[in-house]
Design a protein around this ligand. Structure first.
Ligand code: GLV
Ligand code: MN
Ligand code: MN
Ligand code: MN
Length: 399
């Protein structure tokens, strides 16, 4: 194992500086921007060093193949390189680095897979640049039409098709059909393993979740001269809605977050004319989630009436409850003697789970912090993750 720790550290150090913001210590690895393109080049270099041919699916997703890419019945593993703004180092890249190291471990152990093994890197998993999370896997599976994805624009107005250099190919059923299963290794994003003796867990489910945009409009006016009673201030409606989301989520045992807001004209001495806030909401059951979003919307509308403002709600993405293949999860949990747990975080594995038997491995996160520069995992646990992934891939490619 100590050898694996050293190997992990060596490979990890290669990518650690890429896209790291010196100020926050977090990562700015937005899909198809310079840092992520460097990581994709690194992916191709790693594949070449291992004699793994690389294919691209026309949607920005990369696959490095141990075995014949055309043969079918392949086992897929991997994750994503892109990050949220000032995100942590592990969310995504850990699954790709671990996949290459697992291939090395299997080869050195003389394992001869009976079927191909592919290492994948999915594009725009976080949705931090184009707004739709798991964009690459949604395109590959056809969950999002190529024409819609092509038109998604980043904050600078660059479309996804322009960033990709061509219109996305969209659904690739014949490629998807070449995979018999998918396993994504990922850093755990809560405290579920923090105080346990288990460095690795197997996922049971992903909570249903989505993103909703609230547009609040009112009347822009002078901060110094407009009487308090004459204002139609959308900031008030927005602020009330944020508090309502928090309260309604707590009441239901759900999660609600407003982590992004945009204000126009965004001047200290002007009452805003418009405020847009993005609600991220998640819950264990679909009914709880829909009930939560409806309650927040109703409260926002009621408050807007009192404030003399207007509010509209737009669903930007929705991911249904994902129950991972129970048989596969049990099999891997037995193989690894690992606990099984659900998560509130979204993953490409959640999208692919609707199309092929899919599993996830979670590597312990000592603080439970994620989507933050403070995200962490120990080298020993990451090495344990590689060892677990190698065992799983041997099981799936050889039996
Ligand atoms: C992606 O990581 C998400 O769960 O938002
Ligand atoms: Mn993430
Ligand atoms: Mn992730
Ligand atoms: Mn994610």
């Amino acid at each position: 194992m100590s050898d694996l720790v050293a190997r992990f550290r060596k490979l990890w150090d290669e990518i650690a500086p890429i896209g790291r913001d010196a100020g926050s210590g977090g990562y700015l690895r937005y899909a198809l921007t310079e840092p992520e393109l460097r990581l994709r080049a690194w992916f191709r270099d790693q594949a070449a060093a291992r004699d793994l041919p690389v294919t691209e699916d026309g949607n920005g997703n990369l696959f490095a193949w141990w075995g014949d890419p055309e043969a079918g019945d392949a086992v897929l593993t991997g994750s994503h390189f892109d990050s949220v703004p000032h995100g942590g180092a592990y969310d995504g890249p850990l699954g790709i680095v671990s996949a290459f190291l697992a291939v090395d471990a299997l080869r050195e152990a003389g394992v001869a897979p009976a079927r191909p093994l592919a290492v994948g890197a999915f594009v725009e998993e976080e949705g931090a640049r184009f707004g739709v999370p798991c964009l690459g896997s949604r395109l590959l599976t056809g969950a999002l039409p190529a024409e819609r994805a092509a038109l998604l624009r980043d904050a600078d107005g660059v479309s996804f098709a322009e960033a990709l250099g061509h219109p996305p190919a969209g659904a690739r059923p014949e490629l998807l059909g070449r995979f018999r299963s998918f396993v994504e290794l990922h850093v755990e994003q809560g405290r579920a393993l923090a105080d346990t003796a288990a460095p690795v867990a197997v996922a049971s489910a992903i909570w249903p979740h989505g993103r909703w945009r609230f547009d609040f409009t009112g009347e822009g006016n002078h901060a110094g001269t407009t009487r308090m009673g004459d204002r139609r201030d959308p900031m008030l409606t927005y602020a009330f809605t944020v508090l309502a989301a928090n309260k309604e989520a707590r009441l239901r045992g759900a999660h609600a977050t407003v982590g992004r807001v945009s204000v126009a004209p965004n001047a200290t001495n002007a009452i805003p004319s418009r405020v847009t806030g993005w609600l991220d909401a998640r819950a264990a059951e679909p009914e709880t989630l829909s009930g939560l979003v409806e309650a927040v919307r109703d409260k926002a509308v009621e408050r807007a009436r009192r404030d003399g403002t207007e509010v509209t709600l737009t669903e930007e993405s929705a991911t249904p409850l994902v129950a991972f293949d129970g048989g596969l999860a049990d099999r891997l949990a037995r193989l690894l003697a690992a606990p099984v747990l659900p998560t509130g975080a979204g993953h490409d594995a959640g999208v692919l789970a609707g199309h092929l038997p899919t599993a996830m491995l979670f590597v312990r996160n000592p603080t439970g912090i994620s989507h933050s520069p403070a995200e962490s995992a120990t080298d020993a646990d990451c090495a344990a993750g590689v060892a677990a992934l190698a065992r799983v891939l041997e099981e799936l490619t050889c039996r």
